[in-house]
Design a protein around this ligand. Structure first.
Ligand code: ADP
Ligand code: ZN
Length: 520
């Protein structure tokens, strides 16, 4: 071996020192052993295989499911003088032939391929004639059937063990929950592997989740009070909403632009470029935005709609504060968000096992939102990591939420749902509880129910909060027919029978105000 890892780090990549576990992972692969690397996004996973690729003789084969990221990586490597190329379906034929020739001639240090390409019989046969330095399996969580990025081809990568004995394999991912990790270990490394887990904590990010009242005003207040003139990303669920919200923010004097996959490519790239270059641009985007964007000074990430899961939340908020300076992860959510997601789950035509996995992910996310404990502890615990003590840098630590015993109200609501026949949405049920004089209620005879008017002490908004929390905790469900009719689930029985009580967090009048109090 010619050069040491340190020399390559300096001469090729221009860095002075290794970060975190990089060095010991590199040593493991150099010595021919298998490695599994769990590191948060931005942690520096790529060097873990790129440096061994340059030191070990032969070509390193990198399996990656994301063509755009492949291209970026290859470009960056070529820039540093590394002989790298990729093979995927988006390549013009002449370029593909050139790459195949270079591969055949042993001229490549690194070859990036899509998994389906690698697994083609003829291609595997050709590879086994060549000298392979190592296999790197990026986004290794794609092997997990429980995750939302499951790719069946990843399951077949276990054939590399038999077909290329003695060639080390390194798998990398930014998903670190224990279940996914065990699946990767079992599926990709039946022959054993050494695993490195980095901390997923991002201490400079302040987490905060509030209840949605008037989301636009809440967002504007948050930006004006904490991030005026700074860069940020605002995530929304729909393309239409990104456009209308960006336009509205611009009207309010915020430098804001939309971004979503339905925009023209040139316009999208233009907005992305401006985001990277400008220091005060707020991009209002769907989740299409963010992959592979490496902007260090994003000062906040805001969620106007619930992310898909805790993993998504972590990934998306992780784009804030890469420079290590203070940054905010801000989110508001409300009853409607929970109803919508419950409906999406109910409508899903996915196989039952997958639906159950989705449901569990949703439960975990809602649990995080409604939690009264330190957000960081809750988040890290999800990834199997202990955080010693409270973090002192999240909404719940800075201003411990008031909790309230709502057992009585919860019983009222549940029995009102039951007595009205489990056919109505939250608005109607709450009107009955509050004894509203309403034509439809009278027509249905619901003004004669024992639950009519028993809840007039609480405001409509307080009732919405109780409803949201019952939905979040799975005591109530919303049907899939679009009206969001509420019905009882098995889980609410102990509560109805008086065997269980329910304490929930008290919604603040406005998250904006509570946050500015918290920060003085
Ligand atoms: P990941 O794949 O884990 O998301 P990357 O491999 O893309 O992370 O690395 C994130 C950033 O950190 C890149 O800009 C990379 O060049 C930089 N980086 C990685 N390792 C080091 C290091 N040892 N010293 C300085 N910068 C590093
Ligand atoms: Zn905390």
């Amino acid at each position: 071996m010619s050069e040491s890892p340190h020399e390559v780090l300096r001469s090729v990549f221009g860095y002075q020192a290794f970060r975190g576990h990089q060095q010991s992972v590199i040593e493991q692969v150099l010595s021919g052993g298998n490695a599994l690397v769990l590191m948060p996004t931005g942690g520096g996973k790529s060097l873990c295989y790129q440096i061994p690729a340059l030191i070990r003789p032969g070509t390193a084969v990198v399996v990656s499911p994301l063509i755009a990221l492949m291209r970026d990586q290859v470009e960056a490597l070529r820039h540093s003088g590394v002989k790298a190329a990729c093979l995927n379906s988006s390549l013009p034929p002449d370029e593909r032939r050139a790459t195949e020739q270079a591969l055949q001639a042993g001229e490549l240090d690194l070859l990036y391929v899509a998994p389906e390409r690698l697994l083609q019989g003829a291609f595997l046969a050709r590879l086994s004639q060549l000298r392979i330095a190592l296999f790197a399996i990026d986004e290794a969580h794609c092997v997990s059937q429980w995750g939302h990025d499951f790719r069946p081809e990843y399951m077949q990568l276990d054939c590399l063990k038999e077909r290329f004995p003695g060639v080390p394999r390194i798998a990398l991912t930014a998903t670190a929950d224990a279940r996914t990790r065990r699946e990767i270990e079992a599926q990709l490394f039946p022959d054993g592997v050494e695993t490195w887990i980095s901390s997923f904590d991002r201490p400079n990010i302040r987490y905060g989740v509030g209840s949605k009242q008037n989301a636009r005003d809440q967002l504007l207040g948050f930006i004006r009070e904490r991030h005026a003139g700074q860069s940020g990303i605002v995530y929304c669920l729909s393309r239409k909403k990104t456009e209308s919200l960006a336009a509205w923010l611009a009207d309010q004097g915020v430098n804001a632009l939309p971004y979503h996959a339905g925009m023209l490519a040139e316009e999208r790239q233009y907005h992305q470029r401006r985001f990277i270059q400008e220091e005060d641009l707020v991009i209002v985007a769907t989740v299409a935005f963010g992959m592979g964007i490496d902007k260090p000074d994003v000062r906040f990430v805001a969620h106007m709609d619930l992310p898909r899961s805790i993993e998504s939340y972590y990934q998306e908020t992780g784009r804030a504060g890469r420079d290590g300076l203070p940054a905010d992860a801000w989110m508001v959510y409300g009853l409607q968000d929970v109803v919508q997601i419950r409906q999406m789950l109910a409508q899903s035509t996915a196989p039952e096992a997958q639906k159950q996995a989705e449901r569990r992910r949703l439960e975990a996310l809602l649990g995080f939102c409604e939690s009264t404990d330190c957000r960081r502890q809750t988040l890290l615990a999800y990834f199997g990591e202990d955080h010693a003590g409270q973090c002192g840098n999240c909404d719940n630590c800075l201003q411990p939420p008031d909790t309230r015993d709502v057992t009585e109200q919860a019983r009222m609501l549940l029995s009102c749902v039951y007595r009205t026949g489990q056919r109505f949405g939250a608005h109607y049920v709450i009107d009955v509880l509050r004894g509203k004089d309403d034509e439809r209620i009278r027509r249905n005879g619901h003004h004669r129910l024992s639950t009519f008017g028993i809840g007039e002490k609480l405001s409509r908004r307080q009732w919405f909060t109780v409803t949201r929390q019952l939905l979040a905790r799975g005591y109530l469900e919303a049907d899939a027919e679009g009206h969001g009719s509420l019905f009882l689930s098995e889980a609410c029985r102990p509560l109805l029978r008086g065997e269980e009580s329910l304490r929930v967090r008290e919604d603040k009048a406005s998250q904006r105000r509570s946050r500015s109090r918290a920060t003085g």
